[in-house]
Design a protein. Structure first.
Length: 357
């Protein structure tokens, strides 16, 4: 049977918090078959197989990679395991969709980029599901077209709350070896990525970090502020804490010489063009039309805590596999943000060691 006429056979590796959402999205697509699920914890693999009618379950990722009937894998495991699993999957000829953060450390990221480059016929995509939402896309287009004038500042925050129980529940969380960091590389990476991507990319960052609400619980940062130099010359800042009282409150503000746009909690919050109400109304109308159009698509059925973008990103991944086209977020695209996360951590570590001197 030809690959394009039969269903695309996928496996999901890692069936903890996010794996089941990937499975739910694949199960909703008529041209996809969930061929296998895999988790080191047998009960999780079994239960996911049952819930999503997977062809089979296993605790051995090597069995997934060795199966010639499997076309693609979603990697939904802890950060430290992404590089080995992704490299093995690509070497075995599987298309890969890997959860954020692609890698835990720069060396892993380089391995993953090399593995993807060695198999250009395969789709290697990184999850940044918020890049599929309508509001960030429209505002990004407006900024790129000079709709705010020259971009001056782009600033963002993400406030969230991660409890002691959250960290004590899974050994990899809150550790350098398992997670690589915490507030920035895990929870806030989505909004840090949007800030960079919507502003047209960044060239340099510097940062300060602290552990203010999880002392004795995690060895990583729970609070960090990053100063950003954007490629177009603008400057900006991103701050986050996962020790906040609020659980999941985001803001992104873009300020140009003509006006500014602010997103709060993924929605358009404020549009301000002093002396030019027509420009403000035009931005509001464009965003409104894009949101209305997106709400009619399958991607937006079943709102999820992690944003509605997973469905759209998984559709995009499957489309790229089936049509031989580029996915919206390649490994190389996602790696640009990862590299700046790593640079922020390096900068914060340097600042901390200077303070100790
Ligand atoms: N995009 C999002 O909004 C979003 C949300 C949550 C988590 N994530 C990301 O998804 C990934 C997983 O996070 P989670 O919260 O689901 O973690 P989790 O700890 O709940 O689940 C991970 C699962 O992977 C399994 N696993 C680990 N190594 C394995 C291996 N080699 N083979 C098979 N199974 C293995 C573990 O047993 C565990 O069940 C992380 O990268 C995280 O940052 C993304």
């Amino acid at each position: 049977m030809k690959a394009k006429t039969r269903k695309t056979r996928v496996a999901v590796i890692g069936c903890g918090v996010i794996g089941p959402l990937h499975l739910k999205c694949y199960a909703a697509l008529p041209n996809v078959e969930v061929a296998a699920v895999c988790d080191l914890r047998e009960e999780r693999a079994r239960s996911a197989a049952e819930q999503f009618a997977a062809g089979r379950w296993t605790v051995e990722s090597a069995e997934v990679f060795a199966d010639p009937g499997i076309d693609a894998v979603s990697i939904c495991t802890d950060h430290a395991s992404h590089a080995s699993l992704a490299c093995a999957a690509l070497a075995a000829g599987k298309h890969v969709l890997c959860e954020k953060s692609l890698a835990r450390v720069p060396a892993d990221l380089r391995r993953m980029l090399a593995a993807a480059a060695a198999r250009p016929e395969l789709v290697a995509a990184g999850v940044f599901q918020h890049r599929f939402e309508p509001v960030p896309n429209v505002v990004r287009d407006i900024i790129a077209a000079g709709g705010l004038g020259r971009l001056l500042l782009a600033c963002g925050t993400l406030l969230c709350h991660r409890s002691r129980e959250y960290y004590e529940g899974d050994a990899w969380r809150g550790t350098i070896r398992g997670e690589g960091g915490s507030a920035l590389i895990n929870q806030a990476i989505h909004y840090f990525d949007l800030l960079l991507w919507m502003s047209g990319g960044a060239t340099a960052v510097s940062a300060f970090q602290a552990n203010l609400g999880h002392e004795g619980v995690i060895e990583t940062e729970d609070t960090i502020s990053v100063a950003v130099r954007f490629a177009n010359g603008a400057t900006g800042a991103f701050s986050t804490s996962n020790a906040a009282a609020q659980n999941w409150s985001s803001s992104l503000r873009f300020v140009g010489t003509k006006g500014s746009v602010e997103l709060r909690d993924d929605r358009l919050f404020a549009v301000d063009f002093p002396g030019d109400p027509k420009a403000a109304a035009s931005v509001e109308a464009r965003v409104g039309r894009a949101v209305a159009a997106a709400e009619k698509t399958v991607s937006h059925k079943g709102k999820e805590y992690y944003g509605v973008g997973h469905m759209a990103q998984i559709e995009d991944f499957v489309r790229a596999i089936r049509t031989g086209t580029r996915p919206k977020v390649t490994f190389a695209d996602a790696a640009e943000t990862d590299a700046l996360v790593f640079e922020a951590y390096r900068s914060a570590a340097r600042a901390a060691s200077r303070r100790r001197d």
